[in-house]
Design a binder for this molecule. Structure first.
Ligand code: 4NP
Length: 165
């Protein structure tokens, strides 16, 4: 579990979820995080998400992803965008879904302070050991999106505990 004690005394935190297309996994993770922290005041949690690719910039969420988070009770609006070094600078925490996202985000900058903000979302899931990736569900059956939602929810449970401990 990454140590986030340096973020615990902050008034406001910007947390950016990152995947490849920014239409399936990272908007779902942002939806869960935004809903779970909507009433947080100290710190106030600002939620963002982005893709490492520009393939879907300007598009809404992938319909099965949105359907899955809405069925679970989360309300969230989303338009896809791409991660940049400037957005890394503004973020306090950058949470990637898989190893390829991790590599591509780190490649955007040589700044080690920015690199230190980047973590795997699933590294905050204290119910698992070893598995670090939220797998890409794009064009897979609805069950793949439901599995992603479960992974994202468990990881965000751990993340919120780490931020409040
Ligand atoms: P995401 O899923 O990275 O979770 O948004 C994908 C969305 C689109 C593509 C791949 C993954 N694509 O190849 O267009």
């Amino acid at each position: 579990m990454p140590d986030l004690s340096h973020l615990r005394d902050r008034d406001e935190l910007l947390i950016t979820m990152v995947c490849l297309g920014n239409i399936c996994r990272s908007p779902m993770a942002a939806a869960v995080l935004a809903n779970r922290t909507a009433d947080w005041k100290e710190p106030r949690i600002l939620v963002d998400s982005a893709g490492t690719s520009n393939w879907h910039v300007g598009e809404g969420p992938n319909p099965p992803s949105k359907k899955t988070w809405e069925a679970a009770g989360y309300k969230f609006d989303h338009v896809a965008s791409q991660i940049t070094e400037a957005r890394m600078k503004k973020s306090d925490l950058i949470l990637v879904m898989d190893r390829s996202n991790h590599r591509n985000v780190l490649a955007l900058t040589e700044d080690s302070d920015l690199h230190s903000k980047v973590h795997f979302l699933r590294d905050f899931d204290y119910t698992i050991t070893g598995e670090r990736e939220v797998p890409d569900p794009y064009s897979l059956p609805d069950s793949a999106f439901e599995e992603v939602l479960g992974m994202v929810e468990r990881a965000i449970d751990g993340l919120l505990q780490e931020l409040t401990r």
